[in-house]
Write a protein of this length. Structure first.
Length: 159
């Protein structure tokens, strides 16, 4: 189910074809089911049959979400962030309550359009940087409509 959480979100389908994000309704039940967590970490193979018992349960809500009311899920459309391991179709966990710092990956709204980029503070302003050589830096100009919508905390993708 899609919902508009920002006036610009209604144009998300148009932007998806240009490599921008689509906004997904926050789904509090998405990770709410607890899953079994094995007691011993798996180094790079299979767990030992002797360790094949559950020590505790793991809730992805508890693990991935720090601020429940300000956390949203967004799907990535495009490949501009692949150098940081964010790929087309990935699910981002975005927290609007996390302070924005130099170098963090953010969801920005630039001139009314959502984009995911790395935020850099430079002496003469701010830059949104892609993690792909085909995409130039976006130097934020004072006359542009610019805001940080949230900070990307986690990236979930299929292996």
């Amino acid at each position: 189910m899609q919902t508009s959480l920002h006036p610009c979100a209604d144009r998300q389908a148009q932007r998806a074809t240009r490599g921008l994000l689509s906004l997904t309704h926050p789904n509090k039940e998405l990770f709410s089911r607890q899953r079994a967590l094995l007691r011993k970490a798996v180094p790079a193979g299979f767990p030992s049959p002797a360790d094949d018992y559950v020590e505790q349960h793991l809730s992805l809500d508890e693990h991935l979400i720090q601020h429940r009311e300000s956390t949203f899920f967004m799907r990535v459309a495009g490949d501009s962030m692949r150098g940081l391991g964010i790929f087309d179709g990935d699910l981002l966990v975005v927290d609007r309550a996390v302070p924005v710092t130099h170098g963090c990956v953010v969801i920005a709204v630039l001139d009314g359009e959502f984009t995911v980029k790395q935020l850099l503070h430079i002496p003469n302003g701010q830059v949104l940087r892609a993690a792909h050589p085909d995409y130039p830096d976006l130097h934020i100009k004072p006359e542009q409509d610019f805001s940080i919508w949230g900070v990307v905390r986690w990236n979930v993708h299929k292996v």
